[in-house]
Design a protein around this ligand. Structure first.
Ligand SMILES: [Zn+2]
Length: 332
């Protein structure tokens, strides 16, 4: 996939490179899945392209080697089991000691915040005295988690999520609910659609309804939810809970706390904020019949958010459903 959008960042980096003023350490900061790593590789391709025409051509030997991670001028570092270890950083230092490069060379560190302390300390060496003609690009969605010593040596380039219209025009075949859930990230869009195809979205909705009704639901959730789909379940659940909260806000209540038909103007503006746009009627019907206290949904949201950190997904989610079943919500 090619870089999408981020034209300002691209033009600035390209011009700096052309003028020989590219910083020796860059920090690409911004949300996940919006093309930061692709931009780093595109910059390397631009600098090292062997074609005389518009750079990067994408088809010359150099461009292809970079794309396939086979370039001797570009060293890529990726976390192994969610950590960048000191031996990986030593490989970077070794790469930087190599002589005989005629052009620029690049070190691209993806998820740089995954460096452990030893790795970050070792990495500082590379940042303190980078060899001539070297550009180190750190990539991070959580830049504040990088040690301040590393952070302060880098020139920040900030990337923002794409606009939803951009996502829509790039992926016209994808449904609106998925485009909204992408939150401006093409990478997230693909993840969302893939896990929905596996039935996760549908089941997450069942689970949310079961929780709000204070029952366990039909499914054996402990068996359904596993280490691989856990985060997807929680994300979909958060989207639903958030949507329900917004729709609940948009509904007027009578003195018993029961919601009535939506106020027209509020209801319409609320719809613009909803992620699950294909299920608005269903969710509205649900919200208008539910008697759960207003703040219970936000309570559930904070609970599910906290669960995302939990190491034992099956146990945690099963526990959550069980705990809710003692609350005894009533549904008319
Ligand atoms: Zn090329």
């Amino acid at each position: 996939m090619d870089v999408v959008g981020h034209f300002d960042q691209w033009n600035i980096l390209r011009q700096q490179l052309d003028r020989g003023r590219l910083a020796q350490c860059l920090l690409f900061a911004g949300p996940e899945g919006i093309g930061k790593r692709l931009m780093a590789l595109k910059l390397a391709q631009y600098a090292l392209c062997e074609d005389g025409g518009i750079r990067p051509c994408g088809g010359c030997g150099s461009c292809l080697r970079i794309k396939n991670n086979e370039s001797e001028s570009v060293f890529q570092v990726n976390p192994i089991e969610q950590q960048i270890r000191v031996d990986q950083v030593r490989q970077v230092l070794h790469f930087l000691e190599l002589k005989g490069f005629r052009k620029l060379r690049f070190v691209v560190v993806d998820q740089a915040d995954a460096m452990n302390i030893q790795a970050a300390n070792a990495f500082l060496k590379a940042l303190e005295e980078p060899p001539e003609g070297t550009c180190v690009i750190l990539i991070s969605s959580f830049p504040w988690m990088l040690p301040a010593t590393v952070r302060s040596r880098a020139v920040w380039v900030t990337f923002k999520p794409l606009k939803l219209v951009e996502i829509k025009s790039l992926f016209p075949k994808y449904p609106d609910w998925a485009v909204r859930m992408s939150q401006g990230s093409p990478g997230r869009l693909l993840t969302v659609v893939e896990s929905a195809d596996q039935g996760v979205r549908q089941k997450a909705w069942e689970l949310v309804k079961a929780m709000l009704q204070g029952r366990r639901g039909e499914e054996d959730w402990g068996a359904t939810i596993n280490k691989n789909n856990y985060q997807s379940y929680l994300s979909f659940m958060l989207f639903y809970l958030r949507d329900l909260l917004i729709l609940k806000t948009a509904l007027p209540s009578n003195s018993n706390g029961n919601s009535l038909a939506p106020r027209k103007h509020l209801g319409e503006s609320a719809h613009g904020l909803i992620y699950n746009v294909d299920q608005i009627s269903e969710m509205e019907m649900w919200v208008s019949h539910l008697t759960f206290p207003f703040n219970e949904v936000s309570y559930l949201i904070s609970w599910v958010t906290a669960l995302r950190q939990n190491v034992d997904p099956r146990l945690a989610l099963d526990g959550l459903v069980l705990a809710r079943s003692f609350q005894g919500y009533s549904v008319i």
